[in-house]
Design a protein around this ligand. Structure first.
Ligand SMILES: NC(=O)c1ccc[n+]([C@@H]2O[C@H](COP(=O)([O-])OP(=O)(O)OC[C@H]3O[C@@H](n4cnc5c(N)ncnc54)[C@H](OP(=O)(O)O)[C@@H]3O)[C@@H](O)[C@H]2O)c1
Length: 256
């Protein structure tokens, strides 16, 4: 239920450290690596790390297409296969709803040819949620990716129930609000029941909050730190939070 986001973090670190982060993801039982052509060199470096570890079969590669035309989309998708060093990509998502109709058409072709397993769309700010809902209503999508965290709970109103209703898998970006929500709560004591749900840190509890929503398939926090990676994957294992525990966290955050 917890994967690895690669935006910003993967360009800052050495190849050795990237391998350590990916090894930590896989050794702890995680599988998803989310990347994009626009994340600096992250598509290439995550592909390299997975190849170095000889771990392609253990990884669910999610990447994106962020193009303005058919030609650009075709070129970007072909480059993704090369950079990720794979013949089959698990998921390609139309990045931030850019040129969605054309790019989804290309992804449908790739899926029909068996070159990708799943297709989807993404966004990360609250404004375009209506547009996400519109595409969910009119296109057969396998995945949506959106931002959801303890302090950004708008998706609970419409998008998450709609995804559950339509059987669309949900990846959550910004589950830690780029560190914002973690900073808001980190000096508070953990709730007394944290150990009962297998949680020892606030980062884990915030991630467990996200993946405890029944419509959420997985969250993809970014990290450059192998210890954080392990900590994050563990947050997706074991018990999920009850409705009462989720409400208690919402109340705590509102007072933070
Ligand atoms: N439109 C889109 O499609 C879109 C938009 C935004 C993001 N995304 C995807 O979603 C991913 C996640 O978003 P994000 O990276 O912006 O935000 P995020 O995951 O909410 O936050 C990442 C930050 O949290 C820190 N962190 C991670 N685990 C931690 C832990 N256990 N303890 C303490 N700090 C921890 C990381 O620092 P450390 O390195 O120190 O761990 C990093 O600074 C991206 O990498 C990308 O793959 C997609």
């Amino acid at each position: 239920m917890i994967g690895l986001g690669t935006s910003q973090v993967f360009d800052d670190i050495s190849a050795d450290q990237r391998r350590e982060v990916v090894k930590s993801l896989l050794d702890t039982g995680g599988t998803i690596i989310d990347t994009a052509p626009s994340y600096g060199d992250a598509e290439n470096t995550s592909g390299q790390a997975v190849a170095d570890l000889n771990a392609r079969s253990k990884v669910f590669f999610a990447t994106k297409v962020g193009a303005s035309s058919r030609e650009e989309g075709v070129a970007q998708n072909e480059a993704s296969f090369k950079k990720l060093r794979t013949d089959k990509i698990d998921l390609i998502q139309v990045h931030n709803l850019r040129d969605t109709a054309t790019q989804l058409g290309l992804l449908r072709d790739l899926k029909a040819k068996g070159r990708i397993r799943y297709l989807g769309i993404t966004h990360f700010i609250e404004g375009p949620q209506e547009a996400l809902a519109e595409w969910m209503g009119k296109e057969p999508l396998d995945f949506i990716q959106l931002n959801y965290s303890l302090d950004v709970r708008d998706p609970e109103k419409r998008l998450l129930p709609m995804a559950a209703d339509k059987g669309i898998a949900v990846l959550v970006n910004l589950p830690l609000g780029r560190g914002r929500v973690l900073n808001a709560v980190k000096n508070k004591p953990l709730p007394g029941w944290a150990a009962d749900v297998g949680v020892t840190t606030w980062a884990q509890l915030l991630l467990k909050f996200v993946v405890s929503h029944p419509a959420v398939t997985a969250a993809i926090p970014a990290t450059r730190n192998p210890t954080h990676m392990r900590e994050n994957v563990i947050a997706g294992q074991g018990k999920v939070l009850t409705a009462a525990q989720r409400n208690e966290l919402i109340g705590l955050f509102e007072k933070a």
